[in-house]
Design a protein around this ligand. Structure first.
Ligand code: PMP
Length: 454
């Protein structure tokens, strides 16, 4: 079947995520992938500098994970997790609990679901029901950070950026109080204005990924935890993006020394092989659901919860992560990232160059926002150098897989520099004259990316 056929068939059959099909963008045809590269049908090798939506940890088709998946698929491929158990689910849960303990928490329970959004839904539901099960008055509000992104399902959208792309759904969502990261006084005000009304506060620790790779100080998270504790509000930490050493530590909350009540994990959990998510809870929260009364149970469960193949991938991925060579390599990537981002900071077209661990980001001067064509031009410029970068509006960033070589990191940052040269100072008319289809989102604020997942 020729490439053209696939394009035509795709155009007839698929509805792509986060895609305006009316713009007629032709998707890249990916035939296979190895290590840090995607192999396209037309023969090009593209360096995956964003780990395929931040999920790939060790590189594509890592042989250890491939083998673990194949073996598990031939042994036990799937079984209902309600009323049943299996070695991969228990083993991976033990691993995650151990990792959380190493990080200074006392989380003891793992609830499986399928993706980052469901990990968040589960955490929100646990927090809400926990207060009710303990006999308190229902706490119907949540606190979240402005510019947050926690996923696309309803609960996850509710705790996401209020004016961004999910704005169209806002009338359908439960009330949430948003606090600007860093604004401890605002958080204290919200808590005192609504005493005993908040079930939990949810945060992406230190890095708000889809909101534009926005960083905030660890001290804010430490202070937020203190205020939440005083108010009896649970702290949910969404490590879906930041988990598994993306920020240089196993979990980003470690930088702040906090002890979350609930942690959400997904993306890198299986090394990027298969969809799987885990919500980790303290024993105290788990015990809040223990009863002879069935209605006090958490009435939540997905068909593929704890899928054995996905859990086997997770176990194999963890084994690679734990090996000293991998940790050492992550440290080297962090150092190189810091050096290269510091170099980009002096470029006249760059603003707010920043790095944390393996994440490097810069904002381009020029018009921000998802609906400008700037992001698309940057993407195309990168692709012309065989690098996959997918800017968040005017935010250019990289989150490479840990198998990336020094030369490949060099190519990524050289490409970013080239993009700054070519796109950064441009203020072409169409960048300013973005427009949204009727009924589409209205959010477009100066100086920030306003669309998640672009
Ligand atoms: N939380 C965070 C911090 C995320 O970055 C994302 C996805 N980018 C999600 C939740 C949602 O994950 P998923 O796309 O797997 O539903």
């Amino acid at each position: 079947m020729s490439g053209t056929d696939l394009t035509a068939r795709d155009a007839r059959a698929l509805w792509h995520p986060y895609t305006q099909h009316g713009l007629g963008i032709t998707p890249l045809q990916v035939a296979s992938a190895r290590g840090a590269h995607l192999h396209l049908k037309d023969g090009r090798r593209i360096l995956d500098a964003i780990s395929s939506w931040w999920v790939i940890l060790h590189g594509h088709c890592h042989p250890d994970i491939t083998a673990a998946v194949a073996e598990q698929a031939a042994t036990l491929e799937q079984v209902i997790l309600a009323g049943h158990t299996h070695e991969p689910a228990v083993r991976l849960a033990e691993i995650l609990i151990g990792a959380a303990r190493e990080a200074g928490t006392d989380l003891t329970r793992v609830f499986y679901s399928d993706n980052g959004s469901t990990a968040v839904e589960v955490a929100l539901k646990m927090a809400y029901q926990y207060h009710i099960n303990r006999g308190g008055t229902p706490r119907r509000r949540f606190i979240a950070l402005s510019d947050a992104y926690h996923g696309d399902t309803f609960g996850a959208m509710a705790v996401g950026e209020p004016e961004g792309f999910h704005g169209i759904f806002r009338p359908l969502l439960p009330p949430v109080d948003f606090v600007a990261p860093g604004d401890t006084a605002a958080l204290a005000r919200i808590l005192s204005r609504h005493p005993c009304e908040h079930a939990a506060m949810i945060v992406e620790p230190l890095v708000q990924g889809a909101g534009g790779m926005r960083f905030y100080p660890a001290a804010f998270l430490t202070e937020a935890e203190r205020l939440c504790r005083e108010a009896g509000v649970l702290l949910i930490v969404d490590e879906v993006f930041t988990g598994f050493y993306r920020t240089g530590r196993c979990f980003a909350f470690e930088h702040a020394g906090v002890r979350p009540d609930l942690i959400c994990l997904s993306k890198g959990l299986t090394g990027g092989f298969l969809p799987l998510a885990a919500t980790l809870a303290t024993e105290e929260i788990f015990e809040g659901f223990l009863s002879q009364d069935r209605t006090k149970a958490l009435m939540h469960g997905h068909s593929f919860a704890g899928n054995p193949i996905a859990c086997a991938a997770g176990i194999a991925s963890w084994a690679i992560l734990e090996a000293s060579e991998c940790r050492q390599r992550i440290g080297e990537i962090c150092d190189l990232t810091a050096r290269r981002v510091d170099h980009l900071a002096s470029h006249p077209a760059s603003r707010n160059a920043r790095h944390l661990g393996t994440i490097g980001a810069i904002d381009l001067t020029g018009p921000p926002g998802y609906f400008s064509t700037l992001g698309l031009r940057m993407y195309e410029e990168a692709l012309s150098r065989n690098v996959l970068l997918r800017p968040l509006g005017n935010v250019l960033y990289t989150v490479p897989p840990y198998c990336v070589t020094d030369e490949e990191i060099g190519l990524i940052y050289d490409t970013m520099e080239r993009i700054l040269d070519r796109c950064g100072t441009s203020r072409r008319k169409e960048d300013v004259e973005h427009r949204v289809a009727p009924g589409g989102p209205a959010g477009h604020r100066a100086g920030r990316a306003n669309h998640p997942k672009t």
